[in-house]
Design a protein around this ligand. Structure first.
Ligand code: ADP
Ligand code: MG
Length: 646
């Protein structure tokens, strides 16, 4: 017959941990149910495994499941499983003691922690598991019988210093945990855990993909079923979870339609994804990942606090949404699930950020996603082009954020180009078309395609047949400055530095051309010197250009100067900058410049010369889409000049 009830003391560390749990280290109390269901699910896994390996074990495994039972009158919630169960010794060892190593040290650190947040992040390193029941219950009763044994055990505690343990007869194989609930108190974060609706919601949120059915007994389900909400069957238990963890199935067994449906469910998208990445990692850190690249951008892609789309699960238990540790910011549009097998259910964001294994997972996921996009370029070219339209601006942020993947990212870049105004090009295609002797990738940035395309800087490149990339996303202004080269070819802005297109296929400039240039520079030396003084307020240098064929003048920067667009962006963000002075380049073959040259030589004192200088500078600024320093003055100078000419 049953032996008398024994009262035992919790091990000192367990007691301390219980105190922490009870005095609410967790702001979200709902998670107790997730913990208990996860334990029940583990127990079902274990029983099934044992029934397969131990043929002598006479247990029925045909209907392994978890049941939730509510008793409104007694104010109890019971989580029951027909899993492996525990012996008396198991209960003392597993429930009465915290066997995990390092507990004492951890508790000491928690006590030293300065504030609640620090304590919470520390406790996250350690699964509180079963004890989380004491967040919502003032008494917990556990009844259990180990498969293959006859004698059951009852354990009970109020979470203070002691627990009781006794034999219990007539128990089925498995475990039930009965929580005597504290009164609901929304301020304390205590929901009404007797309400079927609340239970359904928590199960759906945290335990939907648990592979065993989680049933709610019919009475509980009925207790607050709305009239007309005919889902809860009066004649049987209701299954609360879908159990469908697509990511845990082999890829070959999942259809496109299933992927698509799952994607739409987690993303609230109405279209199928552009691409699916499904992988499983085995070894020291096991996980499954099912990721989706959406076909179109959400409206809030560029708002400051868009959520990242990857959810973290631990062994099919939902842990958190938008897990930023798993996806870099520039892939924030990727949706999906990562199910890691060896993490604590209580792992916090902060811990994940610093976890070496998580960092390794993230690195691998990023490679997979970038690889999938690369493959799309060949297998689904049109879909890829559309994907780039949608997300290219975001992906290019990776060129600034993720130096490890610069090469992979550059392979993905598509840009408008002078080669074919209708069709964007990849850098690889650009390089394949480069002229003999060309070793740099030429590009021009600007606010919109039209001003870039018709910018004077383009002239010589167009005339000599050099292809130029047209980059008009704000991020282009930045990455082109920071990424040194693609496949050994430097990036060169055609609006910066000196350009020399007069070389032959080997990159050499002929002696004749050199002599001609030197002669020209000598001819114009006086004019250039005078202009530099006259326009000193606006430009830092005036020189002859080799990039113009039809325009009279243009403005260029030094290699590391801010571009006008970038300067504008910084100012718009409220940054104070000294004015960025640029270089005025003149086209020595243009009639206006030759006339100015002539006039300066014959009538150097003529006051009209200075006005012309201002007009030349202002026109160059306008041609590239820039803002005049004094538009009214420019207009007056121009109209005066026009009326004189008529
Ligand atoms: P963890 O699940 O991280 O091991 P818990 O505190 O949740 O920590 O549970 C402690 C241990 O108690 C479990 O490892 C398991 O051995 C045992 N246990 C808890 N719940 C059950 C259950 N429903 N059936 C069988 N064993 C259980
Ligand atoms: Mg557990």
């Amino acid at each position: 017959m049953a032996s008398p009830t024994e009262t035992l003391e919790f091990q000192a560390e367990t007691r301390q941990l219980l105190q922490l749990v009870i005095h609410s280290i967790y702001s979200n109390k709902d998670i107790f149910l997730r913990e208990l269901i996860s334990n029940a699910s583990d127990a079902l896994d274990k029983l099934r495994l044992e029934s397969l390996t131990d043929t002598d074990l006479a247990v029925d495994t045909s209907d392994l499941h978890i049941t939730l039972e509510v008793d409104q009158e007694a104010r109890t919630l019971t989580v029951r499983d027909n899993g492996i169960g525990m012996t008396r010794d198991d209960v003392v060892d597993l429930i009465g003691t915290i066997a995990k190593s390092g507990t004492a040290g951890l508790l000491a650190k928690i006590k030293e922690a300065k504030d609640a947040e620090a304590a919470q992040s520390l406790i996250g390193q350690f699964g509180v598991g079963f004890y989380s029941a004491f967040m919502v219950a003032d008494k917990v009763t556990l009844r259990t019988r180990r498969a293959g044994t006859e004698q059951g055990t009852a354990w009970e505690s109020d979470g203070e210093g002691t627990y009781t343990i006794a034999q219990a007869d007539g128990l089925p194989v498995g475990t039930s945990v009965t929580l005597h609930l504290k009164p609901a108190d929304s301020e304390d974060g205590l929901g009404d855990y007797l309400a079927a609706r609340k239970i359904r919601q928590i199960v759906k949120q945290y335990s939907d993909f648990i592979r065993w059915p989680i049933r709610m007994a019919a009475e509980a389900a009925d207790a607050d079923t709305d009239p007309g909400d005919g889902e809860a069957a009066a004649d049987g238990p209701e299954t609360l979870n879908s159990m469908k963890a697509l990511w845990a199935r082999p890829r070959s067994e999942v259809t496109e339609a299933e992927y698509s449906e799952f994607y739409q469910q987690i993303s609230h998208d109405w279209q199928p994804p552009a691409e699916t990445v499904h992988m499983r990692a085995e070894g020291t850190f096991e996980y499954e990942a099912l990721l989706f690249i959406p076909a179109h951008a959400p409206f809030d892609l560029f708002s400051r606090d868009t959520k990242r789309g990857v959810q973290l699960y631990v062994k099919r238990v939902f842990i958190m949404d938008d897990c930023d540790a798993l996806m870099p910011n520039y892939l924030r549009f990727v949706k999906g699930v990562v199910d890691a097998h060896d993490l604590s259910l209580n792992v916090s964001r902060e811990i994940l950020q610093h976890d070496r294994q998580i960092t390794a997972v993230r690195r691998r996921l990023v490679k997979k996603v970038l690889g999938a996009m690369k493959t799309m370029q060949t297998t689904k070219a049109d879909a890829y082009a559309e994907l780039w339209e949608q997300f290219g601006r975001v992906i290019k942020e990776g060129l600034l954020e993720d130096r490890d993947n610069t090469d992979a990212l550059l392979e993905l870049v598509r840009a408008a180009s002078t080669n074919d105004p209708e069709k964007a090009t990849t850098l690889r295609e650009y390089v394949a078309r480069m002229k003999d002797g060309q070793d740099t990738v030429y590009y021009l940035t600007g606010e919109n395609r039209q001003t870039v395309e018709s910018s004077p800087h383009m002239e010589a490149f167009a005339a000599k047949g050099y292809e130029v990339l047209i980059l008009t996303d704000p991020v282009d202004e930045v990455w082109t400055d920071q990424v040194p080269a693609f496949d050994g070819h430097r990036f060169q802005s055609i609006a910066k530095g000196q350009v020399d297109l007069d070389h032959d296929a080997d990159g050499d400039v002929s002696d004749e051309a050199k002599a001609e240039k030197a002669q020209r520079e000598q001819d114009f030396a006086d004019l250039l010197g005078w202009l530099q003084t006259t326009l000193a307020a606006h430009v830092k240098q005036v020189r002859l250009s080799t990039r113009l064929t039809t325009s009279a003048a243009c403005l260029v920067g030094d290699a590391h100067d801010l571009t006008p667009t970038l300067e504008k962006m910084y100012r718009a963000m409220g940054q104070e900058l000294p004015p960025v002075k640029r270089i005025l380049e003149l086209n020595p073959g243009h009639p206006l410049i030759t006339a100015l040259h002539q006039a300066h030589r014959t009538k150097p004192e003529d006051p009209a010369l200075a006005d012309t200088a201002e007009l030349v500078h202002g026109s160059a600024l306008l041609a590239e889409g820039g803002d005049l320093p004094d538009p009214a003055r420019f207009t007056r100078l121009l109209t005066d000049r026009l009326s004189q000419a008529l």
